[in-house]
Write a protein that binds this ligand. Sequence first.
Ligand SMILES: [Fe+2]
Ligand SMILES: [Fe+2]
Length: 242
Amino acid sequence: METRTDEIADGIYRISTMLSEVAPPAGFTMNQFLVDAEEPLLFHCGPRQMFPLVSEAVERILPVERLRWITFGHVESDECGSMNEWLAAAPRSEVAHGAIGVDVSLNDLADRPPRVLQDGEVLDLGGKRVRHLDTPHVPHNWEARVLFEETTGTLLGGDLGSQLGGSAPLADGDVVGPAMAAEDMFLATSLTPATGPTIRRLAELEPRTLAIMHGSSYSGDCAAALEALAAGYDERLERARA
Ligand SMILES: [Fe+2]
Ligand SMILES: [Fe+2]
C-alpha cells in the first residue's frame, strides 16, 4: 500500500492511501489533510492500523512531533481511530472538537483532555485560520462538524462529496454525480430535514477548495457543487417519504 502526499491548496496537504480491495475495480481512498502553519493541524487521523503509513507521510512534510492540533469530523475509526497514537507522537498536541463530541465520546476516548470549540469559533494557527462549524448528523453522527480554513477558502468537509476511486489529488470536473453514486451504494448519510439546509449553509461560505475524505478533492465551483449535493439529498429524502 502506498501513501502519497499532494499540496491541494497553499500549505494544505492531502495524504492519500488507495485501498484497491474496497469497492473494486474503482477502489476507495482514505485521505487525511495536514494544514501547515505555526501550529500545524491534522484533519482526520486515519484508522489505528494505518498510523505507521500516515505518520510516515506527515513526516515527509513536517516533523510529527510539531503537530499542535488533532482534529476530525466525527467519531469513526477512519476519522479518529489513531487519535491516541498521534497524541503520543506529538507531545504538545491536543484534540479539538465540538461540545457534543467532547461530552459524549472524546472526554472518555482521548488520552489527554480535548479542547472544546464553540460553533463558529476560530483557531488561529499562525498563518492559517480554521473555523469550527457544528453540522449535527451531516453527513452522519450527532457530533459531526467541519472546519473551514479561511485564508485558502478550503472546506475540510470530511465525508461530504466522497466518491469511489479518485486517485487524482484535485479534480475540477463533475464531483456531484460520483458523490451521489457513492451515496446510493453506501447509504452513508443521515437523511433528515436538516441535511440539505446544513449543506446549503456550507455553500454560503463560498469555498474555493473542497478537501474530501474519500476520493479526489475539488477545485471547481464549490458553492454550486454543495448546492447540488444538498438538492440530491433533498430528493432522496422526498423519495424515502413518498
Ligand atoms: Fe464518516
Ligand atoms: Fe469517512
